[in-house]
Ligand binder design. Structure first.
Ligand SMILES: C[S@@+](CC[C@H](N)C(=O)[O-])C[C@H]1O[C@@H](n2cnc3c(N)ncnc32)[C@H](O)[C@@H]1O
Length: 262
């Protein structure tokens, strides 16, 4: 199969960026037969990142295994917000302790560690397939990945030592999952998408438990859906966090931040 015929097949399957995707698949395939098989999978709806096994996130090439959440460019806004919180805490006698909760393949933590020097990075995810990818993606920046449920997966020595806890948790309201594009609905696991009835379940749990894990000056930075900004900010405010909510048109994304309540 040639790039031109791959492009035609992807176009016929409805791929919007058929030509670009055909080139990526051609670069990834070692033989014409392999390209044929990859194009067939992509044409059948498998996300491009699952077919080639990687994605580009803020200039980093990250491993993305089958069946795990594919990092979205919109999370770049969370990286920028968390990076500015992290930079404010640099200059201590120790590295800034950053925890990427619900890290998936580790995109947010990897980008933060690449963009801010002197970070001690930990990732947490409940899904062993995501953890396996994050271990690969965070190895070069010295990040440690823990498998388990939110803060319970972390070593006790991090209690009251986390400077920045960052998360892009699952935030699709359960009822809305059926409305997602098939690439998400059929190829990403429900645990990566389902944020409970109002999409804010994980925000509630993270904000409640973070009070025991954040350092006295520590901060939370959470990506939320654009319809959940008020609800998520209210969760943090009710728990006593001085709270800030910001949205970005450029990224099409929203972030809620909070400083640990005293
Ligand atoms: C929306 S994805 C985001 C992944 C990553 N932060 C990113 O932006 O690419 C949510 C991730 O949260 C993980 N997750 C869901 N519930 C969790 C929990 N209770 N504890 C830890 N991780 C969880 C899922 O396995 C999934 O990888």
């Amino acid at each position: 199969m040639t790039i031109a015929s791959a492009t035609r097949r992807l176009t016929a399957a409805g791929c919007v960026y058929a030509e670009e995707e055909a080139s990526i698949l051609a670069e990834a395939a070692r033989t014409a037969a392999e390209l044929d098989a990859m194009v067939a999978r992509r044409a059948a709806g498998t996300p491009l990142e699952h077919v080639v096994g990687w994605t580009d996130f803020r200039g980093l090439r990250l491993t993305v295994g089958e069946g795990v959440f594919v990092p979205r460019p919109r999370s770049g806004f969370l990286v920028e917000e968390a990076a500015s919180l992290t930079r404010c805490m640099s200059g201590q006698s120790r590295p800034v302790v950053v925890v990427d909760l619900c890290c998936g393949v580790g995109a947010i933590g990897a980008a933060l560690a690449a963009e801010v020097p002197q970070v001690e990075l930990h990732g947490v995810d409940i899904d062993p397939r995501a953890v396996a990818c994050a271990e690969q993606n965070l190895r070069d920046v010295g990040g440690v990945v823990h498998q388990g449920d939110l803060f319970t997966a972390l070593p006790r020595r991090l209690r009251r030592r986390i400077d920045v806890a960052v998360a892009s948790p699952p935030y699709v309201p359960t009822e809305k999952i059926r409305l997602l594009p098939p690439e998400a609905r059929e190829f990403e696991p429900p645990v990566a998408l389902d944020g409970g009835a109002d999409g804010v379940d994980l925000v509630r749990r993270i904000a409640r438990d973070a009070r025991r894990w954040l350092a006295p000056h520590g901060c939370l930075a959470l990506e939320v859906g654009d319809t959940q900004v008020e609800a998520a900010a209210a969760v943090l405010e009710e728990l006593g966090y001085p709270t800030r909510a910001v949205t970005s048109e450029e990224y099409g994304s929203a972030v809620v931040t909070g400083r640990r309540p005293h």
